[in-house]
Design a protein around this ligand. Structure first.
Ligand SMILES: Cc1ncc(COP(=O)(O)O)c(C=O)c1O
Length: 429
């Protein structure tokens, strides 16, 4: 008897950000090569101290009887207060915000889509391209159509701002359920200022479209601006905004806790929140140990949080400024975005590569064949091809995304590795 596998599974390939790692793991000589994996945003720094303390004390002050129950589907009171404490550290009154805990921001994204569009909906989700891959992947999973507004990278390494005219026209033409915006953006590293966010949100409110802000990297910005957040928009700024806002929250990036799998779905709409919690009863609850560890953030003073934000920003900013300069010096003509926010760069080979260049093929080469000898040791570099961040995977063929997630000493090898791998790739093709 043959069993049918769905066409969805048959056509499913791993997301662009995971592919390089999978290809490398299948390589025969992998034990002889040190891999510098800058393909996924897998932060490898220790967690926030209070969370680390709770992790080390597991079994002493919590779960000491060995019992690990489900939490309520909405999440523990403490973990919910933790996200609200973090939001209120931005000077926001959180008394009318509703928060629930999910298994990572990723689950909050999927849940949100079920609430603003619904499965197999006619109404599309509106995304800003290039966009964090998983918004595209989840929309496929839930059969939600997608419509986009575009950004393009210029010769100087700046992505264009979202065109407000294009945005409004697309909303009128396509009647989307929601617009997703990522103020400290993955993959572009672009920072969307509070002023621009307000302009964008105004258009959403005018057309009664949900404004969903993915604030996973909220405090990671490197310019003179302050944090951009939909929770900092007042009724004076945009009359009628209350009840149309949703944010995606995550413990992964600002708090260095990717593997903890704790996220949050926050809204100022009580009905949306009620529906989301009901939907999540099917998942039972988010990780209870993760909630306990993250719950430490409910008790932290805003002063301590701000010290942490400043430390995180300083770490990434100096690393990114250093890497950008070295990349441009080593590979003249390479376009490199400016470190404005989040933990990513986009690089673009378009001014120096030939018409055949395909960043996916290049990544495949680096993962499965390429290697560079540095002082007697072999290395290779894994990056994310940008075609996965566009709806049409024929776009972004000369672009790659770099994530600032390895140890600085390994990140420092990136310019040399990229240059050597690019040259050897050119010579073998
Ligand atoms: C913009 C953005 N949102 C959400 C997430 C999901 O994070 P997690 O599921 O680890 O909380 C990520 C992860 O990279 C991200 O870049």
């Amino acid at each position: 008897m043959t069993t049918n596998i769905s066409s969805h599974f048959q056509s499913r390939i791993p997301s662009a950000i995971r592919q390089a790692q999978i290809m490398f793991s299948e390589r025969k000589d992998k034990d002889d090569i040190q891999v510098v994996n800058l393909a996924i945003g897998n932060v490898s720094l220790p967690m926030y101290p209070a969370m680390k303390k709770r992790m080390f004390e597991l079994g002493e002050n919590a779960f000491d009887d060995g019992i690990i129950n489900y939490s309520p589907s909405i999440g523990t009171t403490e973990a919910r207060s933790a996200f609200l404490n973090i939001i209120s550290s931005e000077g926001v009154d959180t008394s009318n915000l509703h928060c629930m805990i999910t298994d990572g921001g990723s689950q909050a994204m999927e849940l949100m889509m079920l609430g603003v569009c619904g499965p197999s909906s006619k109404k599309p989700l509106m995304l800003v391209e290039p966009v964090y891959t998983n918004y595209i992947e989840f929309s496929k999973r839930l059969s939600i159509p997608v419509t986009t507004v575009n950004r393009e990278i210029d010769e100087n390494g700046y992505f264009s701002q979202v065109s407000l005219t294009q945005l409004e026209n697309r909303i009128i033409e396509n009647d989307p359920g929601a617009l997703i915006i990522i103020p400290a953006d993955n993959p572009t590293g672009q920072f969307i200022s509070q002023k621009q966010l307000i302009k964008i949100a105004k258009i959403c409110v005018k057309h009664n479209v949900w404004i969903v802000s993915d604030e996973a990297y909220r405090q990671l910005y490197y310019g003179k601006n302050k944090t951009s957040s939909i929770w900092k928009i007042s009724e004076e700024d945009i009359p009628g905004i209350t009840g149309l806002r949703i944010s995606i929250e995550s413990a992964s990036k600002v708090w260095n806790a990717c593997g903890l799998r704790i996220g949050g779905l926050v809204t100022d709409n009580k009905e949306f929140h009620k529906g989301a919690v009901s939907e999540y009863t099917a998942n039972l609850c988010a990780n209870s140990i993760g909630q306990h560890i993250f719950g430490a953030m409910a008790l932290e003073s805003h002063e301590k949080l701000h010290q942490w934000y400043a430390k995180q920003r300083e770490y990434y900013k100096s690393l990114m400024i250093f890497l950008r300069r070295k990349l441009i010096d080593k590979i003249p003509g390479l376009i490199v975005t400016h470190p404005e926010a989040a933990i990513y760069f986009v690089i673009d080979f378009r001014s120096i590569c030939d018409d055949e260049f395909d960043s996916f093929e290049f990544v495949k080469y680096c993962a499965s064949r390429g290697k560079v000898n540095i002082e007697g040791k072999y290395f290779t570099l894994l990056l994310a091809p940008m075609n996965g961040f566009y709806l049409d995977s024929n776009n972004g063929k000369t672009e790659l995304r770099i994530a600032m997630v390895e140890d600085p000493t390994l990140i420092a090898k990136t310019p040399q590795l990229l240059n050597s791998l690019y040259n050897s790739y050119k010579n073998t093709n």
